[in-house]
Design a protein around this ligand. Structure first.
Ligand code: NAP
Length: 303
């Protein structure tokens, strides 16, 4: 199976480099010919692991190339996913599989609607990576990736490629539950860390706020058919706050570095779904509005 990886950012590079070094055929898909020229000048992707940098000369093309794609890894941000998928839609074979690495919810449905014939496979990852240069990524945190197809429980044969590449993973029939749980954890922690401008551990000073959000999120999860994702949510949120006390949340990092957040696919999505279900989430709604005001104040997109 030939992998095409769209998006040579943090996760795209992490996946492409590991697949390529295990001998799996991989092609990178870059935005345009200018990005392709910059990539070729550098000679490949650089992955830094335990302080050691290695160069992987993964073949690349721009998205407007014409060769066909059977297996696509969509490794862009949630707000870019639909447009990125649309840009290669004409290249997908009728039996194509598309793996979606986006955090949050909402972008997966948007992509699936754009690619009605493809088998879309959402994933949820706890791996951590960041870019420290152009086409250069640091593998910062080992983790695990869950993948699943809400419409078809049969696992795809290319999971073997992940095995040979050493990408820790598991096929799950319950991927939506995992994505909802992760989204709920994010909603209970990340926006507050931005508004209080603190590390995750700083939320230990605001227990009532966190507890109220967890209660609303648990109710929302039940209302939208995800009761398993609601189980012991408040306890897990407290556990995560303690275990990651010294870390800044991903949303805090995005805001601190002046980057666009994925707000619309996280707390924005939760509030939109709540509205659709007539489920009252007043504290989440106020939190969303305060977060949007904070982003606007900093000159960042509010969606
Ligand atoms: P990232 O570093 O910003 O990389 C995204 C890449 O997508 C960029 O290289 C960008 O290209 C490219 N891109 C966007 N639109 C494109 C298009 N139309 N055509 C071609 N390339 C396009 O993002 P990331 O950190 O890998 O995150 C990807 C997703 O994984 C996010 O939803 C994130 O929340 C999730 N996630 C990330 C991590 C992590 O540790 N990084 C962990 C778990 C989950 P340019 O470079 O040209 O802008």
């Amino acid at each position: 199976m030939h992998w095409h990886v769209l998006g040579a950012g943090s996760l795209g590079t992490l996946w492409a480099a590991r697949l390529a070094r295990s001998g799996v055929p991989v092609t990178l898909l870059l935005r345009d010919r200018q990005r392709l020229a910059s990539y070729r000048l550098l000679g490949g992707l650089t992955l830094v692991e335990q302080g050691q940098a290695s160069l992987y000369p993964v073949p690349a093309q721009s998205v407007d190339d014409t060769s066909s794609i059977r297996l696509l890894l969509l490794a862009c941000k949630a707000y870019d996913a639909e447009a990125a998928a649309a840009s290669v839609a004409h290249r997908l074979t009728p039996d194509a599989h598309v793996v979606l690495l986006q955090n949050g919810l909402g972008s997966q449905d948007a992509v699936a609607a754009r690619l009605p014939r493809a088998r879309c496979i959402p994933a949820s990852s706890t791996e951590g990576a960041f870019r420290d240069g152009d086409f250069r990524v640091v593998f910062a945190g080992h983790g695990h990736t869950w993948l699943g197809d809400p419409l078809n429980p049969t696992s795809p044969e290319w999971l073997e490629d992940l095995q040979s590449a050493g990408i820790s993973h598991e096929w799950t029939p319950d991927i939506l539950s995992r994505l909802w749980r992760k989204l709920a954890l994010n909603c209970a922690i990340n926006p507050l860390t931005v508004l209080h401008d603190c590390r995750n551990g700083g939320l230990q000073a605001h227990p009532a706020q966190v507890t109220t959000l967890c209660a609303e999120l648990s109710e929302l999860l039940c209302v939208c058919g995800q009761p398993a994702a609601a189980e012991h949510l408040a306890e897990e949120v407290q556990r995560v706050i303690k275990a990651t006390a010294a870390n800044y949340s991903s949303m805090h990092q995005d805001v601190a570095q002046g980057r666009r957040t994925e707000i619309s696919y996280l707390i924005g999505h939760a509030c939109a779904v709540a509205q659709r279900h007539n489920c009252a989430v007043p504290h989440l709604q106020v939190l969303l509005e305060r977060l949007q005001a904070e982003l606007a104040l900093k000159g960042l997109p509010t969606t």
